[in-house]
Design a protein around this ligand. Structure first.
Ligand code: FE2
Ligand code: FE2
Length: 222
């Protein structure tokens, strides 16, 4: 640390300068010890610890992110059938059902990636996906079945797909940087699938929702 080795230029005697340097060295050691303690405390809260090398840190972050998306996909595969059940537009129902099958395959792909890097497939709660699924649930509970609920389901799906696209894009980059080329290729397949699901569940499904029919129904009731 610069402070520890900085000479005491303003001291008037050698003895004072020596004392000053010693004091500063002691202070620097205390600061270093404090930093080490802080680092240990932080890591015990579940935050990724600082590693001796950047590569080791990235490796840990990569594995942690894999556990996170593994949990997210498993939660999603349970939630998607419920979303399909709540949807009315056939194109949306088909899109969700198709993506449920894809999601099952994506879970299997993640297990392949864990095996490739020599790690056990472990799921770690993904707070982001948990929140996105809760939001989707709220939309379904606060709307009547029909075009508006369908639009709400699409909105929730779009947020989920964009989260997954961002996650898999990052995982691909991490895998390549760490030299896990086969894992990167597998993750890339899922990334492309998520991009396609976003298009199918949003643009295609949204365009088939019949808002006019809903308006006509409302007029008839009125
Ligand atoms: Fe997925
Ligand atoms: Fe997805």
């Amino acid at each position: 640390m610069a402070t520890a080795t900085k000479p005491a230029a303003k001291s008037t005697t050698k003895a004072t300068a020596s004392k000053s340097t010693a004091t500063k060295t002691t202070a620097a050691k205390a600061t270093a010890a404090k930093t080490a303690t802080t680092s240990k405390t932080t890591s015990s809260r579940g935050i990724v610890k600082a590693k001796a090398t950047a590569a080791e840190g990235l490796q840990e972050l990569f594995v942690d992110s894999l556990k996170d998306i593994y949990w997210a996909e498993k939660a999603l595969v349970k939630a998607l059938p419920k979303m399909a059940k709540n949807a009315t537009t056939q194109g949306l129902i088909d899109g969700i059902n198709n993506h449920t099958t894809e999601t099952e395959e994506q879970i299997a792909r993640l297990e392949q990636v864990f095996a490739l890097i020599g790690k056990k497939a472990v799921a770690k709660k993904c707070e982001a996906m948990d929140g996105l699924l809760k939001e989707g649930q709220d939309i379904m509970e606060s709307t009547e079945p029909g075009p508006v609920r369908d639009a709400g389901i699409i909105a929730a799906s779009q947020k989920i797909e964009h989260y997954e696209i961002a996650t898999y894009g990052t995982l691909c980059a991490f895998a390549k940087t760490l030299g896990y080329n086969e894992a990167a290729d597998i993750l890339h397949i899922t990334l492309e699938e998520e991009k396609q699901a976003d298009i199918t569940l949003t643009e295609a499904a949204y365009n088939t929702i019949n808002f006019d029919a809903a308006e006509a129904d409302e007029n008839e009731v009125a």
